[in-house]
Design a protein around this ligand. Sequence first.
Ligand SMILES: NC(=O)c1ccc[n+]([C@@H]2O[C@H](COP(=O)([O-])OP(=O)(O)OC[C@H]3O[C@@H](n4cnc5c(N)ncnc54)[C@H](O)[C@@H]3O)[C@@H](O)[C@H]2O)c1
Length: 362
Amino acid sequence: MSIDKASSAEISGAASVTAKQRQMVERALREWRGELEGRVAVVTGGARGIGRSMCEGLIRAGAKVVAADKSWDGAEDFRKQLEADQGLAVEVDITDDAQLDAAYAAVMDRFGTVDILVNNAALVSETLFAPTGHRTTLDTTDRDWKVMFGVNVFGTLKVIRRFIQPMQEKKRGSIINVVSSGVLTAAAGGGYHGLRPWTVEMPYQATKAAVTALTFYLAEEVRGDGVAVNAIMPGHTRASWFDATARAFNDIGVVYFMRPAISEHLLPITLFLSAQHAVGVAGRLYYVPEWNYDHGYGDHAAWLDHELPPDMEEMYSRLEAATPTYERSGVPHLPFDAQGALYTAALASLGSQENWAGGSTQ
Ligand SMILES: NC(=O)c1ccc[n+]([C@@H]2O[C@H](COP(=O)([O-])OP(=O)(O)OC[C@H]3O[C@@H](n4cnc5c(N)ncnc54)[C@H](O)[C@@H]3O)[C@@H](O)[C@H]2O)c1
């Protein structure tokens, strides 16, 4: 264990990180291409953020990819690229039954089956309450809860009901639900407590808890049909909303939590779980940074984003210079309360702690 002042960029060797990240992605593609070649993968929320990155990875692994999203605004180039790669871009709001029926028919018409479903589409706190995402539970309205449960829970369920059908028919398939570490509990010798309730994320985390429970129960129910259902918790990742949120916090003198990971850090586990069916891994919930470390895909620092726009690079470099470091062998990603403590220490040293009402690590 060591505690001293140094930037995490220095620790992880920022200059070499991008090349290392590329190597890890290539390794993952080599490892699972054989299993995924020709399989049909549907990714909801696939136009941008984490979903887009998953689509790009699955295409590179040889899958036929359907990216389903409510909005393709600003993602026209990706749409063209997807279609050039023999994929399908579908415009669909997952809360709308008629649109989902049409989307399912379009996928079946084009590819005749579905092998992999990634339930990634969601509203996050930062998009429901854009740009900062912070709203305490008592400040939320019933409508906020209805809107978020509509997309994240009922939308996910509606998608599963349809796209699982070909998997059940052929007794083979994989479903991956994208949830969040904010649903976890931990025990410190006695009763369980929330892993990080200081991140101020209601009703978002309530929806992710619902999908986590759904994952475990559905996995058990469809195991006999050959369908593997698993869930993943991405960790703090630079998705489509991230820069606007970070800049809004910067305007009130706060650095928005710690440097995010690039979305490609989800690729190895996405390919691994996509290749599962019920004779493989099912009914599991993985935290992506821990899974990566345990499978030789680098620790948390190995996937951090060192190609931020200059203004954001300045924010995170400033924060890192003020952050005490704490390392422990076998702990690739620090426990959340330790992260929270280091983060608040850094904010205090930058003189901005009083502007911070909790944090967010998604
Ligand atoms: N980025 C993170 O740090 C992080 C951390 C933990 C979990 N997650 C989860 O990762 C997943 C992807 O989120 P992201 O961070 O990439 O966000 P994002 O906003 O960049 O992407 C979400 C996508 O879902 C789409 N979408 C939203 N509502 C929809 C609807 N009704 N129908 C169809 N599509 C819809 C959006 O258009 C968008 O393209 C989510 O499930 C989120 O909860 C993200």
